[in-house]
Design a protein around this ligand. Sequence first.
Ligand SMILES: Cc1cc2nc3c(=O)[nH]c(=O)nc-3n(C[C@H](O)[C@H](O)[C@H](O)COP(=O)(O)OP(=O)(O)OC[C@H]3O[C@@H](n4cnc5c(N)ncnc54)[C@H](O)[C@@H]3O)c2cc1C
Length: 386
Amino acid sequence: MPFPRTHLEPEHEMFREQVRRYLKTNMSAKVPKWREQGHVDREDFEAFGENGWLCLWADEEFGGLGISDIRYDQVLQEETIRWTDIGFFHNAHSMLVGPYLDRFANPEQKKSFLPGAVSGKTIMAIAMTEPDTGSDLAAIRTRAEDCGDHYLLNGAKTYISNGIIGDLFVVAAKTGDKRGQIGLFVVTADMAGFSRGRHLKKMGLPVQDTAEIHFENVKVPKENLLGDPAKGFSYMAECLAVERTMSAISSLSHAQAAFDVTLEFIKDRRVFDRPVGSFQNTRFIMADLRSRLDSAQAYLDQCVLLANDDKLTPEDAASAKLLCSELQGEVVDAGLQFHGGAGYMDEYEISHMFRDARIARIYAGTSEIMKEIIGRGLGLGEKDLR
Ligand SMILES: Cc1cc2nc3c(=O)[nH]c(=O)nc-3n(C[C@H](O)[C@H](O)[C@H](O)COP(=O)(O)OP(=O)(O)OC[C@H]3O[C@@H](n4cnc5c(N)ncnc54)[C@H](O)[C@@H]3O)c2cc1C
């Protein structure tokens, strides 16, 4: 039995039941179609919207539930991964992009952008990474030139999640020549000069559409600037602690699911006339993973409580992301090994899990950058990392 999780209240478990019932009945069966076509459907976002599950934090005046308790987002993500697929990026929409609108949008901006985000009619994405720079965000080249009543946006972004189905992009762009002088802009896909590049083919995560996007003389109205045009870098640093907590939640939920899939398989599969799980090697590795999954879960749940109180430091969020994504990699690798040849076959879920897991140590900040951030907290590292 997994270690009891005392940070959840009965209402979170009731929410879990409700989400689980819906996903099992209405969405689980869609996964093969999503994998085949390389994205979820707009109606899937809208279905989440109708259930009230997008941008839970948004105020009622924008159609939201006004729930700023990340435990609900955690439960939603755990169930999504368990019953559908880790590549359904509603969580990026609500908890990676959404917080920029929540924290930095003015009342008019909230009025114009949030109702669509809450209903799922507007799918959101975040565009920071560029062909020449990812980890070193201060070095981006996309430029927003102040032209009086608008900004003129030129540049290119890559590896953008929800990039094909997305309607609204929070875009990081340079607003001056100083290193790290960055502004954040809301760019919608219907603006002249906005275009999508390739729908990128990947080794895993087929359900999530990852794309290039281009800006050629896009006139972004001044009303679409979020906050201060020179403070985008610190805004990103502020939001990344929650982004990394969410990323850790995805990793650990995925690892827990891979563990369970493997446990079931090794109890059933017989080799040399005994279950694979009865070999000491299998038992020891599974026991080791069980204890580390429980420890990681206890740490992550505590991070969620701290994030709820706005007390989670960037260093602790980086630790959670590092710990959970590295453990995820170990669990899917061991799980695949215990499946033998079956683990390499598409028809076994562990083979998808193995491929889908690899990116977790890279996006939302690589493991090396997480270590740099933790090291910086020890007084040992570089200052302008986010
Ligand atoms: C499927 C997918 C989805 C993504 N979604 C999005 C998205 O929605 N929006 C978005 O903006 N971006 C997105 N990304 C981009 C992702 O965040 C970047 O790929 C990631 O931050 C790494 O940047 P990079 O690819 O440029 O690698 P690089 O920065 O070029 O890093 C290359 C290697 O150098 C190492 N390295 C870099 N700096 C240091 C250092 N100081 N010390 C030690 N080692 C270092 C890295 O750890 C890595 O191993 C996505 C990427 C993928 C693959």
